[in-house]
Ligand binder design. Structure first.
Ligand code: DQQ
Length: 536
């Protein structure tokens, strides 16, 4: 399918051209937010990977600098893969990252780099001390092609610790490396944690403040609870658990013993290789993530670009202490322009209505609260789908009539509804009569173009809906829809490539394909302006 240039995003981070993948070493330094990211300067497919570099004052308006880290020493000669930044005690930022040191196989070693001039707030140049690199190499017994992505280090009892992702057979694991001086690193005998989930890419490990406290903690601060996250190569989702860290043994134990296998995801859609960082300016932990394209490789080559980043999200521990909440950083609201509102509008079974008045329904921010007077008509929940929301939503998509729901939004929808992406909820009743809420993004009707990957994405929403109320926010941006259910309990990013619902041809609707009435208590939709610079 020929992807229209109008599908380049308006306010999501993406460079003017070429391939991007995961974010790396996000950090705040001397008044600037720094975003490094995997980048192919030579084309729109993965390869020739260097660390491109952009800076901003607000995580939304980005200014491109020269690539910061690129192959230049024997232990990164064939690629500079992902890694992280750590602010040392004297405020110096150190980057640790994976280098590829052999051309025949992706032989992975860990390296360290320091700013050439730490008084330069833009951190434009980095040096790699030859006497230190590589700081960690795959000893015998370690699979050298699955040994990468060092995390931000944390300091405890006078020792720095840092994780490196790996796998033994099918056991994904987080190797622990320790150092007194941040120069010489030695591997601990035991991993911090492991599970039979396949390779752990881009691990992340950080303390979280008490349940419901929205502020973040710096990586070396002590937290009641910790979050351990891994990107699973097997399924291409980012998973996490909440648990306790025993620093004397450098071991982590998830609170939920089944958590390693019944894992929570940051995002139930297209969101991978994410990294967090602590932002001291606003005392928050910020999550940055990558979404690849779901059109074809020939499309990517034809359009000359591939990959975007999600809007950075603040993350904190839910009052229940059982999961994280995520919400777009408040700075994105500066892009809001003209808005339209709807209040107290009932949508009868099988009905829908258009939200009119927005000049840019293709580039919008929509917040809506729904209310149902009764959940009696909720369908029975089949426990066979207990661990598989995506499968359930694949069977019961947006156009399959239900009891309470499916109800929600049709975004990037054409006026004749031949193209529409549905973001919706569906409420079931489990065997005890307890409501179970499913949230889905259904792109099966998103485009008339062929050769597109249009997966339905879904997650259960652990929210008390007994009051009949639930909220949804969707950031709509031409070929991406990022949705946040129940205040950020369940998040789904989806990529879509409409062929007629683009530009002025894009419309926004509310729909109800359930048997129960649904009321839109309040809906506000804002036009979203383009940032001044956008990942250029
Ligand atoms: N992408 C990087 C690796 C990481 C993977 C290479 C995650 O460092 O494991 O570009 O998608």
């Amino acid at each position: 399918s020929i992807v229209s240039p109008l599908l380049r995003t308006g306010y999501h981070f993406q460079p003017p051209r070429n391939w991007i993948n995961g974010t790396a070493a996000p950090m705040y330094y001397k008044g600037w937010y720094h975003l490094f990211y995997q980048y192919n300067p030579k084309g729109a497919v993965w390869g020739n990977i260097v660390w491109a570099h952009s800076v901003s004052h607000d995580l939304i308006n980005w200014f491109a600098l020269e690539p910061a880290i690129y192959p230049s020493i024997p232990s990164d000669k064939y690629g500079c893969w992902s890694g992280s930044a750590t602010l040392l005690a004297d405020g110096t930022p150190a980057i640790t990252y994976t280098g590829i040191s052999r051309p025949d196989i992706n032989y992975q070693e860990q390296n360290i780099a320091f700013p050439k001039n730490k008084s330069d707030p833009l951190l434009r140049e980095w040096v790699k001390p030859a006497e230190l690199n590589p700081i960690a190499s795959p000893e015998p017994g370690i699979n050298a092609t699955q040994f990468r992505d060092p995390t931000t280090a944390w300091l405890a009892d006078g020792h720095w610790r840092m994780l490196v992702g790996g796998v033994r057979d099918t056991r994904g694991l987080a190797f622990v490396y320790r150092s007194k001086d941040f120069k010489k690193w030695t591997r601990a005998k035991h991993p911090l944690h492991s599970a039979l989930t396949g390779m752990w890419e881009c691990p992340d490990f950080f303390p979280v403040a008490g349940s419901g406290e929205e502020n973040g903690l710096d990586t070396s601060e002590h937290g009641e609870k910790y979050v351990l996250k891994a990107s699973l190569d097997l399924t291409r989702y980012d998973y996490y658990t909440v648990g306790r860290y025993h620093k004397e043994k450098d071991r982590y134990v998830p609170d939920n013993p089944a958590g390693d296998y019944h894992r929570l995801r940051y995002d139930y859609g297209n969101f991978y290789a994410s990294k967090t960082f602590y932002d001291p300016a606003k005392r928050r932990r910020v999550l940055t993530g990558w979404a690849n394209e779901s059109d074809s490789v020939p499309d990517d080559k034809a359009k000359g670009w591939a990959g975007i980043h999600a809007i950075p999200r603040k993350i904190w521990l839910d009052p229940s202490g059982k999961q994280l909440l995520q919400w777009p950083v408040e700075e994105v609201e500066k892009l809001r322009g003209k808005s339209v509102s709807v209040s107290g509008k009932v949508v009868k079974p099988g009905q829908h209505f258009e939200v009119t008045g927005l000049a840019t329904s293709y580039q919008a921010d929509v917040e809506v609260s729904f209310e149902m007077s009764s959940l009696d008509k909720a369908e029975p929940f089949d426990p066979a789908y207990d661990n598989d929301a995506q499968k359930l939503c694949g069977v019961k998509g947006a156009d399959v009539k239900g009891g309470v729901g499916p109800f929600g939004l049709w975004v990037l929808a054409s006026g004749d509804l031949r193209e529409k992406t549905a973001v919706f909820f569906r409420v079931f009743k489990d065997g005890y009569g307890k409501p179970k809420v499913l949230m889905c993004t259904d792109p099966t009707k998103s485009s008339l173009s062929p050769d597109l990957y249009k997966p339905t994405f879904a997650g259960f929403v652990d929210t008390d809906i007994s009051s009949g109320k639930i909220s949804l926010r969707s950031l709509i941006d031409r070929s991406v829809v990022e949705s946040f259910g129940a205040g950020g309990k369940t998040c789904i990013l989806s990529r879509v490539y409409p062929s007629i619902a683009i530009g002025k041809g894009a419309h926004l609707y509310v729909f109800n394909n359930g048997e129960a009435d649904v009321k839109v208590s309040r809906l506000t939709a804002w036009e979203m302006k383009k940032p001044l610079m956008n990942g250029a």
